[in-house]
Design a binder for this molecule. Sequence first.
Ligand SMILES: Nc1ncnc2c1ncn2[C@@H]1O[C@H](COP(=O)(O)OP(=O)(O)OP(=O)(O)O)[C@@H](O)[C@H]1O
Length: 315
Amino acid sequence: MALIYLWPQKVSRSPLRSVSGEVEAELVSSTTGKSSDEAASETAKDEDVLIEVCNVHKSFGSKKILSGASFKIRRGEAVGIIGPSGTGKSTILKIMAGLLLPDEGEVRILGRARAGLAGDDSDERLRVGMVFQSAALFDSLTVGENVGFLLYEHSKLPEERIKEIVRNSLELVGLKDVENRYPAELSGGMKKRVALARAIISDDKLEGSEEVVMYDEPTAGLDPIASTVVEDLMRSLHNHGDQLHGPDSDKEAGGISSYIVVTHQHSTIRRAVDRLLFLHEGKVVWEGPSSEFDTCDVPIVKQFSTGSLEGPIVY
Ligand SMILES: Nc1ncnc2c1ncn2[C@@H]1O[C@H](COP(=O)(O)OP(=O)(O)OP(=O)(O)O)[C@@H](O)[C@H]1O
């Protein structure tokens, strides 16, 4: 599983850019039926919204992948993004993380439209960690060097402090005394846990800022028990800040406020997420509690949860 830690999100310093009434109306009409003015004022008051995806469109060449995706991620949520293969789930994660730009629409981070891609910036209110499915730990670096990579490269922390943070981070994902091993010496499940440890690592100076972690198919290819371990870890890493920085830390704990998981695994849907977004043909076509996934009568959700060949999704 590859990982990238996106240092504090680049957030435009310009005042909150309002979306057009038309877009705002479209955003809310399907769920609340409220006018765009009412909706705009609600949005402004909704301080729990960490990330808002507003009418995002994205094409690759002539292929339209996203065509008006809109949703919100709130503080404290564990959200799953599901949908057929190739429907744009990984693409929307990358757009939220600032690794890809939308063609149209915008992503708001804590109420401000993000301008450009993620990068070094002075806005330290929200950090985004991303855990990719494919393996991209650096083979020539030890586990400890992989986990602490960005701190070694970008922080001025003394080596001993980085080692301590790395050790705490690895302990949080249930790995002890593996710092000096190389990725090739680990099982697939251990590599995924190393990637998780790397996703949650942070610099002391950023403590107190919030973090959202995005997982792209974190349990793909794992046996059912290893999947359960990773699913429970995602839950338990929520609000880990004090543990990560040690009991004696005088830093205000930040911690993982919310996480977003792209997954096809039923066990991950049931165990690791609370709310589901169903993406199809470039849009969110259904959202609801994950507890309703198995019983939902909406044809597209029913087809997906049962794996039926009959239904709106055609291969
Ligand atoms: N950088 C890119 N250049 C060209 N096409 C791309 C690029 N990234 C993704 N695509 C295409 O966009 C479509 C959506 O890809 P994406 O990985 O977002 O789908 P997904 O829903 O995550 O699929 P899966 O469930 O199979 O992982 C695919 O057809 C993919 O080939």
